[in-house]
Design a protein around this ligand. Structure first.
Ligand SMILES: [Fe+2]
Ligand SMILES: [Fe+2]
Length: 189
């Protein structure tokens, strides 16, 4: 799918603020794909569609999670997690994108998962460091991303966990599993 058509599709689904964020994720994902030998076209499309389901009504998201047999523990955690797997589902249905790598990059962009692919890492990180993001620690991760993808990714997952814990919020288990997987692989190197 051409970039312009994809952007038009998501613009209709998002607020202006979220659309600007999407453009930032797209630019950042392409830079990271170039730098780390990822597929630039897939990075572009996955980035454009990553937040496609962000503003779908919660009952619709819930119904899709149940009907599609997605992990129902998602429903016990922050609804912020839902738009990722629901997005993968809707992007396939409504935009006709069937590439599994792209759909998985959308599916895991919020929680991460153990054994993340290069494309999944690129989208997760691009979502975290795109230029429109402003929060403590983001500049440090931006600098890390210039040097090493996994180092930056570990830091971003760590920051996310710490942020939630400081606010006494629950942490979705896959986010811990993602962190453990990345750190263990690093120790094995
Ligand atoms: Fe998202
Ligand atoms: Fe996002």
């Amino acid at each position: 799918m051409e970039r312009d058509i994809a952007l038009k599709m998501v613009k209709d689904q998002l607020t202006e603020h979220r659309y600007q964020h999407t453009l930032g994720v797209m630019d950042t994902a392409i830079i990271l794909a170039k730098q780390y030998g990822g597929d630039e076209k897939k990075a572009e499309l996955a980035a454009i569609f990553h937040d496609y389901a962000k503003f779908r009504p919660k009952p619709e998201m819930k119904a899709i999670i149940v009907a599609e047999g997605y992990p129902e523990d998602l429903l016990q955690f922050n609804a912020e997690l839902w738009h990722a797997p629901v997005g993968a589902y809707l992007v396939e249905k409504e935009a006709g994108i069937t590439d599994k790598e792209i759909l998985d990059a959308i599916r895991y962009h919020t929680s991460g998962r153990p054994g993340m692919t290069l494309l999944e890492k690129i989208i997760y990180l691009a979502d975290y460091i795109e230029p429109g993001r402003h929060f403590p620690g983001v500049d440090e991760v931006r600098e890390m991303a210039k040097e090493d993808l996994d180092t930056a990714l570990i830091k971003s997952v760590q920051n996310t966990i710490l942020f939630l814990m400081k606010k006494n919020q629950p942490v979705y288990p896959d986010t811990f599993h993602t962190y453990n997987d990345l750190v263990k692989k690093r120790q094995e190197d």
